[in-house]
Design a protein. Structure first.
Ligand code: KG4
Ligand code: ZN
Length: 358
């Protein structure tokens, strides 16, 4: 563990690395919320033939791309490693091979430069990303975290303080979008393709279930919806666009119902925030914005590029931790291990199937 060795007159700069799924990403972010440089390499082409992310292929692609991307980002910003105050990398949860590639690289950079390492929880990156885009977003806020691996409602109390109010008992919402796309033959990644096709369809055309809607338990479930989509396609009775639109509407109805319950059970908060890949969906955003306005809450959604996996959110989570810990900040030990599973709220009880990716 090394002390922070930066010039107090200049704002802190953190190098962030993300490699937990199928995006290799590197970013340099400054404490004044400026993204000095960032590069993202998607592995869509590598995984497309398999209709989903193949962990072994992902790890190999991260390993091949990371070093040139690190060099590229430093060059884009015109900075050297000596100008950076700390190195932050995703340390989990995610596909372990990919996480290890990013974390080991960050450790090597930290060791070579004598700068502190910050091991970031990928979910914390998503959870705090709205504050990178919006300087006025204060704690606490109600967060809907919807990605390919997770579907959770969290009360974000502050940096490092997250209370999970709900999670999925089976599939994540992004996973349901991806599987629906696969069933409809739209390819991978599925979310944006389903959203595009849904624009041409009637959301009321196909009767689909709203699993757990109105349930006394707080959680989400999407497995039954996915099976119903499969049956609707196999029946041959519906247009693909109508199925896509009806699926998206059913998913949105579930989100709104569960958020309404969280607000009833736990009380309103000043802001409703959405993060994670599915937050890029305009219909989802629109429904959440309307919900927030009904409850006189501020609605906050980060720009699209900050919703899906990126390294700026990892660097930002590192900056938040540094700022929150102040003089106590020392970075993480270099023997810290990558974690395939790493809940944001350790105290939340385990829920069957929740948070499983790929
Ligand atoms: O946060 P993210 O980039 O990676 C994870 O940490 O999982 O989220 C990826 C997920 C994928 O399931 C993808 O299909 C979904 O987010 N997604 C969308 C949209 N864009 C990405 N889902 C619905 N509509 C979209 N426009
Ligand atoms: Zn993510």
């Amino acid at each position: 563990m090394s002390a922070i060795s930066h010039n107090p007159a200049s704002p802190t700069i953190i190098l962030g690395i993300e490699s937990s799924c199928d995006e290799t990403a590197v970013a340099l972010v400054r404490a004044d919320r400026t993204i000095l440089a960032q590069r993202i390499a998607s592995q869509e082409a590598e995984h497309a033939p398999y209709g989903g992310v193949v962990p072994e292929i992902a790890a190999r692609a991260h390993a091949e791309r990371l070093a040139p991307m690190l060099e590229g980002v430093m060059g884009d910003a015109g900075l050297a490693l000596g100008d950076v105050d700390a190195i932050a990398a995703t340390a989990g949860p995610g596909l372990i091979g990919g996480v290890m590639v990013g974390l080991v690289s960050a450790k090597a950079l930290a060791m070579a430069s004598g700068k502190p390492l910050i091991a970031v929880n990928h979910l914390e990156g998503h959870a705090l990303s709205p504050r990178l885009a919006d300087a006025d977003l204060a704690f606490p806020y109600l967060l809907l975290l919807v990605s390919g691996g997770h579907c959770q409602i969290l009360r974000v109390e502050g940096v490092g303080s997250y209370r999970r109010l709900a999670t999925t008992i089976d599939d994540a919402l992004g996973e349901a979008f991806d599987k629906t796309a696969k069933i409809l033959g739209l390819g991978y990644p599925g979310g944006p393709a389903v959203e595009r096709l849904a624009l041409e369809g009637d959301p009321k055309a196909v009767p689909l279930p709203r699993p757990l809607k109105g349930s006394a338990e707080p959680h989400f479930s999407f497995a039954g919806l996915k099976s119903a989509v499969l049956r609707a396609v196999e029946s041959g009775a519906h247009q693909p666009a109508d199925i896509a639109a009806s699926f998206q509407q059913a998913a949105i109805d579930c989100l709104i119902d569960r958020l309404e319950k969280a607000l009833r059970d736990h009380g309103a908060l000043p802001a409703l925030v959405v993060a994670g890949g599915v937050a890029a969906n305009k219909a989802v955003r629109g429904a959440l914005e309307a919900l927030a306005s009904r409850h006189a809450m501020r609605f906050c959604a980060p720009p699209m590029a900050l919703c899906t996996d990126n390294a700026a959110m990892i660097a930002w989570a590192g900056l938040e931790r540094m700022a929150a810990q102040g003089a106590e900040f020392a970075g993480d030990p270099l023997d810290l291990r990558a974690r395939p599973r790493w809940p944001l709220d350790d105290s939340a009880e385990a829920v069957r199937g929740a948070g499983v990716k790929a």
